[in-house]
Design a protein around this ligand. Structure first.
Ligand code: ZN
Length: 209
């Protein structure tokens, strides 16, 4: 990817993400854009083509699984990809100041944060950290809603959590909602399969076609 063919639209950005992930899945990564010349160029300005909001899980290494390089992705992560004001501010910055046309919300299978929340709703022992309780508390309504609808598998709950995360993102950020409305931004929710290395689309808000 050079400066001249960098993705500009939601559709271009999403297809670049999918293509990069396929190179990773098939053991054919380009490892592009990691050299000293690029460092010099990027020191002056960054122009990432997408923002990624994902789980902090060590297996969800953003640039590796999408086979992109320095300056390509604006990455925001926390355990279980839980919306918070700092997350909203970071994503608004990516959209308003950096002009990214795509936000990818990325969960994954066997997420520890979601598993911990499932365990806590089943009365099992919780981790001791006080702030882990806060994080689990933010995922708990989704787990309870899922179970009330007969969805008990972690993959089902993860998909629901990704949808809920995107709904909250759009409901709370007027800026992001307006950019989607104008066609300049799309938000995709996807799940990453740890063993396959593949991302699977769950929901798309906006136009990526
Ligand atoms: Zn996780």
């Amino acid at each position: 990817m050079t400066r001249s063919n960098r993705p500009q639209t939601p559709a271009e950005a999403w297809s670049a993400m999918l293509e990069g992930n396929q190179r990773f899945v098939t053991d054919n990564p380009s490892h592009a854009r990691q050299d000293s010349g690029l460092r010099q160029e990027l020191a002056k300005e960054q122009k990432p083509f997408a923002a990624l909001f994902g789980c902090s899980d060590s297996r969800l290494s953003a640039e590796i699984i999408f086979d992109v390089g320095l300056g390509d992705l604006f990455v925001v992560r926390n355990a279980g990809q839980v919306i918070a004001e700092t997350i909203l501010g970071s994503l608004e910055y990516a959209v308003e100041v950096l002009g990214v046309p795509l936000i990818l919300v990325l969960g994954h299978d066997e997420c520890g944060a979601i598993r911990a929340t499932m365990n806590s709703t089943e009365g099992q022992v919780m981790p001791q950290g006080e702030f882990i309780h806060n994080l689990v508390g933010r995922i708990t309504p989704t787990v309870l809603a899922a179970k009330a609808n007969g969805l008990n598998e972690i993959d089902q709950i993860t998909a629901l959590h990704i949808r809920g995360t995107i709904n909250e993102l759009i409901a709370r950020s007027t800026l992001i909602a307006q950019r989607i409305e104008s066609g300049k931004l799309a938000v995709v929710g996807a799940n990453y399969k740890l063993a396959l290395g593949e991302i699977q689309e769950i929901v798309t808000i906006g136009n990526t076609k």
